[in-house]
Design a protein around this ligand. Sequence first.
Ligand code: SIN
Length: 338
Amino acid sequence: MVATAPVPGGARVDMSTRLGAFQMPDPVLTASGCAAAGRELAPFLDLNAIGAVVTKSIMLNPRSGRPTPRMAETPSGMLNSIGLQGPGIEEFIAKDLRWLRERGIRTVVSIAGGSVQEYQKLAQRLRHEPGIAALEVNISCPNVESRGQVFACDPLSAGSVVQVVRRHTSPDVPVLAKLSPDVTDIVAIAKSVLDAGADGLSLINTLLGMVIDPDTMRPMLGGMTGGLSGPAIRPVAVRAVWQVHAAYPRVPILGMGGIRTGQDAFEFLLAGASAVSVGTAVFNDPHAPARISAELHDILAARGFARLSDAIGLGHTMQARHVAAMDARRAAEQEALG
Ligand code: SIN
């Protein structure tokens, strides 16, 4: 269906969507690392109304993170080098998960580890905790057992992590693998984690970057390199979602990377995302997830969509139609020329 006219009678668009077995009434989630476990956003936002809170990636043990400074602004986005600071899984469960559960907030727990065994322990520890709608497996971490190679950059390591997490997670809880754009072929990594049992994909994590301070003449971040986020990475993210959806059209994708407006979110849907996460935008607009959802609703309504789900991957259909029309026109022109 290609919608072009407003929904008749100003009816509301059905904004519900799903990531595997996880159904939500709204397609906009927070992004891991940008909203902690939701508490700080609660004064600004009805956290029960958005798709879900995606928590900051939690590791097995408490972690103080990388040296400061940990954030640097660039003319084209924000660099962060937090280093997965966090309280460790036990405190997370006792405080953060409990806080989210008591309020009935849909929660996607993001986990990160330095070894396959650490991911396994995290999955085992979370398995019987109620109130987890999905697990997001952040594999953009160095593998401490393999020369510091980032899991998400190697199909075999990425697949090994997802396999153990899937095996030790309740079948009712979808496992989403969060991939890095810092690879030559993101579809190959997607294949590996899907073969290993991932139910869906989160695309994309930040891009590795660096800024050098011209005054001190050395890297601005204490950890030297950091992850670039914000609108500058949006075309990279849309490209990744497009490529993976083209290869695996039935796989649910949580799209993210520089989403600031409803129009940005619409672009991700057209590329093939079933839902979107909003990250960096909340730092200067804590209402952003709700605002973006409302803007997206109005865009869909103005274009005559009755359901958000009809827009998922529609860019591919439109492109195929366009190519077919161009081919038909060229063929007709050739024929006319004799
Ligand atoms: C961090 O805590 O350094 C960010 C982790 C990530 O980008 O996955």
